[in-house]
Design a protein around this ligand. Structure first.
Ligand code: FA5
Length: 353
């Protein structure tokens, strides 16, 4: 039996030496060590051996199994290393390239699709008389939640998994966090101006959530707000539809449905027909054919008050466009994670400088 075990080891060694795929190595491991594997088959006759034989064969069998396992691990690690090296070689960046060498090779930088869409949306709103505002990424819970009518115990806080800073000494309402939405600019914008006014605020937001084809942890939104006298839901819908029409250069199918956000009343969800699958169903739209793009609504009186605006005299609308989702819809990008992959093959498909 020892001879059989040793010759199994020899043939295992010669077979594994030629393998270059991890799946083949795992299959080979099963061929020798699996339940019906060669080593297991040989050891089945161990039950008929004498005690003395068992004392010899047992340790030898363990030694051979250990050798096989070690070889499997080493081979898998080598294959992985080779794969990494191949990828590095294929994506090698030549840091010795100078500007004029790139010029000669006709290689140019380009705009990231996010930048293209952001500029386009900014231009559309600027042409409609909106200002463009900016705001901090690190916020207090006052601007991110409380002033937006989301108190500490409000269930809506669970809708936005938050990255908190550890500043235990801060009084309640002043704890720091990475902003979970651009709605923080609603308050900052209102505090700094007198109605009537209208502004947009594009920027990065952060959420502690699992990523998938349409969800990132760090993504872009674009907040919008218009405050004045007698502003109506039809003004809101007009601006939303106009924006999408100008971005897509054609009518795109949208649907408006009720949506709940504590900072607007009434609130709506504006969904767009998935442009990746033309509404047939894919991983971006989670097989439903629609993508949540543009939640919006009429600003809640408590929010106007928190921003120093008299809700008896003024009203307004606000919206929070998912800018990355808009980029996906415009260019038919099937996974949001491409956007910050840093992969030049992806980035270079868009407009050159
Ligand atoms: C908000 O963030 C609200 N502040 C929007 C709002 C503003 C409503 C003003 C009313 C008035 P929501 O969590 O649904 O809402 O996010 C807004 C949009 O951001 C979504 O419709 C979607 O397009 C995009 N979005 C949300 N989560 C992610 C994510 N993890 N990755 C990429 N895009 C996301």
């Amino acid at each position: 039996m020892i001879n059989k075990l040793e010759s199994a080891l020899v043939s295992f060694k010669s077979e594994i030496a030629s393998l270059v795929k991890q799946a083949d190595v795992l299959n080979l491991k099963a061929k020798y060590l699996g339940k019906q594997g060669e080593i297991s088959e040989i050891l089945k006759s161990l039950k008929d051996a004498t005690v003395e034989e068992k004392k010899l064969i047992g340790p030898k069998a363990n030694e051979i199994k250990d050798t096989i396992l070690k070889l499997v691990d080493e081979t898998l690690a080598n294959i992985e290393l080779n794969e990494i090296n191949e990828k590095l070689q294929a994506n090698r960046i030549d840091i010795s390239l100078t500007d004029d060498m790139l010029e000669k090779k006709n290689v140019h930088g380009g705009f990231h699709p996010r930048t293209l869409i952001r500029q386009e949306v900014e231009d559309i709103f600027l042409s409609m008389g909106f200002e463009v505002l900016d705001g901090p990424h690190i916020e207090t819970e006052f601007y991110n939640f409380e002033a937006l009518n989301i108190p500490g115990d409000h269930p809506a806080r669970d809708m936005q998994d938050t990255f908190w800073f550890r500043d235990e000494s801060s009084p309640e309402g002043n704890k720091h966090l990475l902003r979970t939405h651009t709605s923080t600019i609603q308050i900052r914008g209102m505090m700094d101006r007198k109605p009537p006014f209208k502004f947009i605020a594009p920027g990065t937001v952060f959420r502690c959530e699992r990523t998938d084809a349409s969800h990132e942890m760090v993504f872009q939104q674009l907040e919008g707000m218009m405050v004045g006298e007698n502003i109506s839901v039809s003004n809101l819908i007009y601006f939303m539809k106009q924006t999408l029409k100008e971005i897509f250069k054609r009518d795109v199918e949208v649907r408006l449905r009720p949506g709940f956000f504590p900072f607007v009343e009434p609130g709506f969800e504006l969904d767009i027909r998935c442009q990746v699958c033309a509404g047939k169903g894919c991983s971006v739209c989670k097989q439903v054919g629609w993508v949540e793009l543009l939640p919006c609504g009429m600003v809640h009186p408590n929010v106007l008050r928190a921003g120093g605006v008299d809700p008896e005299k003024y009203n307004g609308f606000a919206f929070g466009l998912g800018l990355d989702r808009l980029v996906m819809m415009k260019y038919g990008i099937e996974d949001i994670r491409h956007l910050q992959s840093g992969d030049l093959r992806f980035n270079s498909q868009f407009k050159e400088y």
